[in-house]
Design a protein around this ligand. Structure first.
Ligand code: MF3
Ligand code: CO
Length: 237
């Protein structure tokens, strides 16, 4: 899990460095695909339920599952990169939102609050708490900052498969769901909208966009529950 996480995190960083005005999302996917293979790993997403690429690249009002293609990234766009790597049978899954050039203050705040909501959530990622304690902390922080939480997609257990139990929602009352125990590996992944929480799926069957067309951000890491602090596995260190 550590090796898979390290590769996924490096792939996310590589993609993030490529986010710039004039670059197409397909170019990013191509480079990340090559990188993952060069590490002796497999791009987890490619072929997953028929998904046609190695990375999900979701620009502005796209929440998640944006399919790489000819779209040219423009100055001020915010670009969510989600990538998975499978190494020796184990999966690392992570995401983050990057800015092309410089963006408006509201978008900066959206990205920062989304990232921080993950860290607020994982304060409860330890034995003695339940899954929904993480969920509640993410929701509270995001909403206190004036944003809304996507309900239709959730975090998840991750291990030999990308999607294992339990589901890890980004909303809910505390004190519910499975108890967290040392050794569990889960992906915590807030998807936070600037406007309404509602989303819709485009006709390609994948692309998830906000109902109101306002922007959305995403942040995800695969973490390990321990008897002490949680360990982020999708890190380059
Ligand atoms: N990181 C996403 C998730 O946690 C990626 C799945 S996209 C797919 O579910 F393309 F692989 F389906
Ligand atoms: Co995930």
């Amino acid at each position: 899990m550590r090796r898979a996480g390290k590769i996924a995190a490096a792939a996310r960083a590589l993609a993030g460095e490529m986010v710039a005005p004039g670059v197409t999302t397909r170019e990013i996917d191509k480079e990340v695909h090559k990188f993952i293979l060069s590490q002796g790993a497999k791009p987890t997403f490619l072929g997953y339920s028929g998904y046609p690429a190695s990375v999900c690249i979701s620009v502005n009002e796209t929440v998640i599952h944006g399919i790489p293609g000819p779209r040219v990234i423009r100055e001020g766009d915010i670009v969510s990169i989600d990538v998975g790597a499978t190494k020796d049978g184990y999966v690392g899954d992570c995401a983050a939102t990057f800015v092309a050039g410089s963006c408006d203050e509201d978008s900066k705040k959206l990205i920062e609050v989304t990232r921080q909501s993950f860290f607020e959530g994982i304060k409860f990622a330890r034995p003695g708490y339940r899954v929904s304690d993480i969920s509640h902390a993410v929701q509270t922080y995001a909403e206190e900052n004036g944003f809304s939480v996507v309900r239709e997609f959730v975090g998840h257990g991750v291990g030999r498969e990308m999607h294992e139990g339990p589901e890890v929602p980004n909303y809910g009352k505390p004190g519910h769901g499975p108890r967290l125990t040392a050794g569990m590996t889960i992906a915590v992944e807030p998807m936070i909208n600037a406007g309404v929480a509602g989303v819709k799926i485009l006709d390609d069957g994948w692309t998830v966009v906000t109902r109101d067309g306002k922007r959305s951000a995403h942040y995800e890491n695969t973490i390990l529950i321990t008897n002490g602090d949680p360990v982020i596995l999708t890190t380059e260190e």
